[in-house]
Design a binder for this molecule. Structure first.
Ligand code: MG
Length: 384
């Protein structure tokens, strides 16, 4: 693999935004039009609103694989979101896409996550099944559209269509119908902007690699096991060849950073090739396609898949993780039952701010989804 992410594979000059980037002039704007800022463009403003939201601050105490109190060294959703933003900006810059937009999407993409990561979301979804279900990704959009409510002039953060489009990665047809503009593409089977497509890959590159890192440090997976994964083995061999005396900690970091670089380079090269073949001239040309333009080469896609499958088998289904997940699911299910039975336990201010104060199941789901791991644990102890 050459490092040709930086090589002149693009025929156009590498300055300014590409014609297919999202631009303010051709954007669909905000639900409630606002005056432009003197100092920031609209995309930067969206990013800043996300950073200043309370849901963003809570990401610090939420986790995806490891529960927050398990150790201070593991990724939280906040550090994960920062890693996603860093990778996403690199990808966008290289393809001359809108960096401010992709940063906003990356920082907001996990805002709707429940406490206790995927275990928490599965439990909440199960509780909500009779009431329309719970999807963490749709919840991220709900957070920025409805649940944040500190602006006097509007509900939510009044973000740009393009930011909201990027936050909503997947969505059921039923939900898409209810969502209006951002739901349309799921009904028409169209694509989001390239910025949105790339942010999605940045998310995956970040979590696969940091889960390898956290998994190794937690002692749940080993170098020996990982050497069965071609992507890891190739880079680990390279590290050992270059630094035969590297410590395990150095080997871990040097291997992972090379894996990330390889995934980024391949993604950029393969996506650039598709861009050159399809030649979209406008973001609407990108949207009208029936499949995404961003993606790995076939060989890299397979290697990446092997890594994901390894993590699925060895880390996410590790007995220790499974035990932790089962406990988390019980906590979420207990909380749901308790608040459904005793809605007066939900703080009055939260009910007052709710977009659906009379829809009890949705109110309870929003309340639980907003909890951090430790708040959910404390509440659970109180309720017993
Ligand atoms: Mg994520």
């Amino acid at each position: 693999m050459s490092a040709s992410a930086a090589s002149p594979a693009v025929s156009k000059p590498r300055t300014g935004l590409a014609s297919y980037a999202v631009r303010a002039e051709t954007g669909r704007g905000r639900r409630l039009p606002e005056a432009v800022s003197r100092y920031r463009n609209d995309f930067q403003r969206d990013r800043d609103r996300i950073i200043h939201s309370s849901a963003f601050r809570r990401l610090e105490y939420k986790t995806q694989v490891f529960v927050n109190h398990e150790g201070d060294l593991f990724r939280t959703r906040l550090t994960h979101s920062l890693e996603v933003a860093q990778i996403a900006r690199t990808l966008a810059r290289e393809l001359r896409l809108n960096e401010d937009l992709i940063e906003a999407i990356a920082l907001a993409h996990d805002l709707g996550h429940t406490p206790f990561g995927h275990a928490g979301q599965d439990a909440l979804n199960a509780c909500m099944r009779p009431y329309g279900g719970f999807e963490h990704n749709a919840q991220s959009l709900r957070v920025v559209d409805e649940l944040e409510c500190k602006y006097a002039a509007f509900r939510g953060l009044n973000l740009l269509f393009e930011t909201r489009e990027g936050i909503l990665k997947h969505c059921s047809v039923r939900r898409a119908r209810a969502l209006g503009d951002v739901g349309e593409r799921f009904l028409k089977r169209q694509q989001p902007s390239l910025e949105a497509q790339l942010a999605n890959f940045a998310d995956e590159i970040a979590y696969n690699n940091h889960d390898v890192d956290d998994g190794l440090r937690a002692g749940l997976i080993t170098f020996e096991q990982l050497r069965g994964v071609p992507l890891f083995r190739r880079h680990h061999d390279l590290v050992l060849e270059t630094y035969p005396r590297a410590t395990r900690r150095q080997q871990r970091h040097e291997t992972i950073r090379r894996m990330i670089s390889t995934l980024i380079s391949d993604l950029l090269e393969a996506s650039q090739q598709r861009l050159e073949t399809v030649k979209p001239r406008h973001v609407n040309d990108v949207r009208a396609l029936n499949k995404p333009l961003v993606g790995y080469s076939e060989a890299q896609r397979k290697q990446n898949l092997a890594l994901k499958q390894f993590l699925n088998r060895k880390l996410y289904r590790h007995p220790k993780v499974v035990r932790m997940s089962a406990q988390s699911q019980r906590i979420v299910a207990d909380l749901f039952k308790r608040y459904m039975k005793n809605p007066q336990l939900i703080p009055a201010e939260f009910v007052q701010d709710s977009p659906n104060p009379t829809d009890l199941p949705r109110l309870v789901a929003d309340y639980i989804a907003g909890m951090t791991d430790r708040f959910a644990l404390t509440e659970h102890k109180k309720l017993r």
